[in-house]
Write a protein that binds this ligand. Structure first.
Ligand SMILES: Cc1ncc(COP(=O)(O)O)c(C=O)c1O
Length: 395
């Protein structure tokens, strides 16, 4: 157990046969049942005790009819955002949605027309491009660049693309999955000023906002100034933070009433905006009572990141990474192995027997990288790293 922590992140919990996407789809996705899953972004920890208790109480009630969101859950979220991120939002600006990806899809529908270009910054979470394409819009890329030993935005290219392509909608990943950047206030301000200058609406996916590793600080885009808030929508959720992704509960914050009404119309057309009753209970509980658990989790994740760093420096110098500033996703640079993305995927899957996400799926700039999820007990992480070590040794 982590030093000084009253919470247990060390116990390995059997997740097979729980309809777990991460564990029960291993054979289908990675070709063998003994591959250790370290891919999709959910953690192998149980949810905080406060949420388990609140859900048990709700289960014990026995009646699970339609839920009608009360002001209390919005107020719990407002309290959380203000307490953790100095981000003040109006109650009316918060709209429930069943997930951030559905929210992205609705925002694309609400704020652009078929055929319109939408800007993203690859390598980035694959559903960004997928949702743009599936909604009949066109992906325009402003690839991240590696400068001074870290990933940065290329704002010169960003502005050029905005002007040349007539961009009106941009999807920001903040913090960034998979490269692990927690964008600074200065970076976001420079970005936002370009957007203001050219009338670009910013959809800021901040689902990883609470998972900030020691030494870094998340800045909500909309909290920087009211002008940014007026031209943006912020997607947040308790799902990554508290490992509640299966409860299908997220929130979109849209300060501008016109944009919010457009979003609401798309949501109404979709016909599914009744919250999951357990998701609401869980969200309200963690937003009110989850601070101590999250603080302990962040220490544990920081220790995990240090273990990976030590492994890469000491044991596997063929692989490198830029240490993540947030979340529990390690972006491993495997280019020195000299493999194409298919061979690289096969190497990790078949030789190392670890199930990672292939960087290729994250678009431009992703080839030669693998994403490793270290949101797991240190013993599981150690097992994954030793499998990688053995595979590298026997190459
Ligand atoms: C950046 C980002 N957005 C959205 C999601 C998924 O959100 P949801 O499960 O609420 O649709 C993820 C999950 O990994 C993510 O990394």
């Amino acid at each position: 157990m982590s030093l000084n922590s009253e919470f247990d992140f060390d116990t390995t919990i059997e997740r097979k046969n729980t309809s777990s996407n991460k564990w029960d789809d291993v054979e289908k996705l990675f070709g063998a049942p003994d591959v250790l899953p370290m891919w999709v972004a959910d953690m192998d920890f149980s949810a905080p005790p406060c949420v388990q208790k609140a859900l048990s109480d709700r289960v014990a009630h026995g009646v699970y009819g339609y839920a009608s969101p009360r002001d209390s859950y919005r107020d719990a979220l407002r309290g959380w955002l203000e307490r953790r991120h100095d981000y003040v939002v109006e109650r009316d600006a918060i709209v429930y949605c069943s997930g951030v990806v559905p929210a992205l899809s609705l925002l694309i529908q609400a704020l652009s027309e078929p055929g319109d270009p939408v800007l993203i910054q690859p390598p980035v979470y694959p559903p960004f491009a997928a949702m743009i394409g599936r909604n009949g819009r066109r992906v325009v890329e402003n690839p991240l660049v590696v400068r001074d030993g870290g990933y940065q935005m290329d704002l010169v290219d960003f502005e050029r693309k905005v002007v040349d392509e007539g961009i009106r909608l941009f999807i920001l990943c903040s913090p960034h999955n998979p490269v692990g950047r927690v964008w600074t206030r200065a970076e976001l301000t420079a970005l936002g000023e370009i957007c203001l200058r050219h009338g670009v609406f910013v959809v800021s996916d901040e689902i990883h906002a609470d998972l900030i590793l020691p030494g870094f600080q998340h800045t909500p885009f909309a909290a920087i100034n009211p002008d940014f808030a007026a031209v943006s929508a912020t997607c947040v959720a308790p799902s990554k933070t508290f490992n509640l992704a299966g409860l299908q509960t997220a929130f979109t914050i849209i300060a501008d009433a016109k944009a919010r009404a457009a979003y609401q119309r798309c949501s109404d057309r979709y016909g599914s905006n009744t919250p999951n009753v357990f998701g609401l209970v869980a969200a309200q509980t963690v937003f009110e009572q989850g601070d101590a658990w999250l603080d302990a989790l962040l220490v544990y994740l920081g220790e995990g990141a240090q273990r990976i760093d030590a492994f890469l420096r000491g044991v596997a110098p063929q692989l490198t990474w830029i240490q993540p500033e947030g979340s529990y996703l390690g972006w491993l640079d495997c280019r020195e192995l000299g493999m194409g993305h298919e061979d690289l995927g096969a190497f990790f899957q078949q030789q190392a027997k670890v199930g990672l996400n292939n960087g290729h799926a994250f678009g431009t700039g992703g080839d030669g990288f693998m994403r490793l999820n270290f949101g797991c007990p240190h013993s599981t992480l150690g097992e994954g790293l030793s499998r990688i070590e053995q595979a590298l040794t026997s190459r």
